[in-house]
Design a protein around this ligand. Sequence first.
Ligand SMILES: Cc1cc2nc3c(=O)[nH]c(=O)nc-3n(C[C@H](O)[C@H](O)[C@H](O)COP(=O)(O)OP(=O)(O)OC[C@H]3O[C@@H](n4cnc5c(N)ncnc54)[C@H](O)[C@@H]3O)c2cc1C
Length: 299
Amino acid sequence: MIEADVAVVGGSFAGVSAAIMLARARRRVVIIDEGATRNRFAHASHGFLGMDGAAPEAIREKGLAEVLAYSTARHVAGRVTAIRGSVGAFVLEGAEEIRAARVILAFGQRDRLPDIPGLADCWGRTVAQCPYCHGYELADRTTGLLAWEAIPMHHAVHLSDWTDDLILLENGVAMTADQAVQLSRPGLRRQAGRVVRVHHMQGAIDAVELEGGERVAMRALYLVSWQEPASDLAEALGCKIVETPMGRHLQVDDHQRTTVPGVFAAGDLARPFPSATQAASTGNRAGAACHQDLLGILE
Ligand SMILES: Cc1cc2nc3c(=O)[nH]c(=O)nc-3n(C[C@H](O)[C@H](O)[C@H](O)COP(=O)(O)OP(=O)(O)OC[C@H]3O[C@@H](n4cnc5c(N)ncnc54)[C@H](O)[C@@H]3O)c2cc1C
């Protein structure tokens, strides 16, 4: 059994950034992490200060090594399976039992993708969601944009700075007359028909196949994934969840406090528009706020 001031569930951008604040405040902090970051499907992570283009795993390992250089920080590899108790006396179950006065949830989100054979094999390589993350590398290609549950109007405009050959794959999603007018511009063509397969060579997309067998050639594809917490720990604790058209995340206040006393949340889990830098930023804030909460000086 490990006793700590704070237990941090998830040891990636958010969790490590939170833990380092607590370690620097000389508090006993334990990070429990299973090591499956949301961006693990990509070979390179972009836009993170000082590590642009580094492998996601390399960034996580470097951050973890930095925090573990502090004598009051510990790391447990594995998954937290349950959290019980309340502020001042939480118990975390999993690889090891951990008792902690406060908990920071930083276990990230998982992406739900359309169930189309071949698509998941390309995810993070030539199938992407965020053009800031991957658009530079995928630029100037014939690019698909997959409608899925809704017409991705934002992406349809957004991608115009990365490609002038964009194909909106309607995929059976109905379009309003207003949307059709907005989407009528040079460089964007509409393709009717349901997408039934993604053809690729080791994650490099060649084409999508439509119902009926027609193939539409492309070298990149974007879609808007549906995101939800990577674990049900927060809901089991009673933390309030916010529903958005893009998925579900935890409700937090300006100090990253969830609706459950003594439980903070940071990273993708607590934001509707995620990125590694935003995750690190909210982790930093959660770590400092949690420390001040331990001292009883958090407003
Ligand atoms: C394909 C893809 C590519 C991306 N590329 C970029 C990019 O280039 N640049 C960028 O800024 N952003 C990128 N992102 C977004 C980025 O991955 C996230 O914003 C970032 O990883 C969020 O950090 P986090 O710390 O909140 O969560 P994560 O990085 O997802 O880490 C959560 C950690 O918690 C662990 N965990 C989960 N449940 C438990 C549990 N019960 N017990 C213990 N541990 C647990 C996980 O294993 C994981 O290690 C990309 C996302 C995707 C999907």
